[in-house]
Design a protein around this ligand. Sequence first.
Ligand SMILES: [Cu+2]
Length: 105
Amino acid sequence: MRRCLGLALLVTSLPLAVEAAEITVRMAGANYEPATVQARAGDQIVFVNDDGVDHDVFVPTAGFGVDLGKQAPGTTSVLPLAKPGRFEVECVFHAQMHLEVLVVE
Ligand SMILES: [Cu+2]
């Protein structure tokens, strides 16, 4: 009986696993909002096009390169953040659109 109580206390005091986060970045006014994101490996960024025109999620940074393609108004796209590092996101349609992403372990 006493041993069971000790085990129960041990189990309940263990830290819970950190759940992956979903970070929302809006595309509005031909900008990414916010323009900088810090996340953890395993998180994902959800891009929401709240604008009236097409946008894109293009990563030119070596080692992180990806192009999610044309994203129409009112749609979302998801960018998984698999590994730590720093990279830039650009929109191929709007040269002024930049997002800086820092992913930590
Ligand atoms: Cu754009």
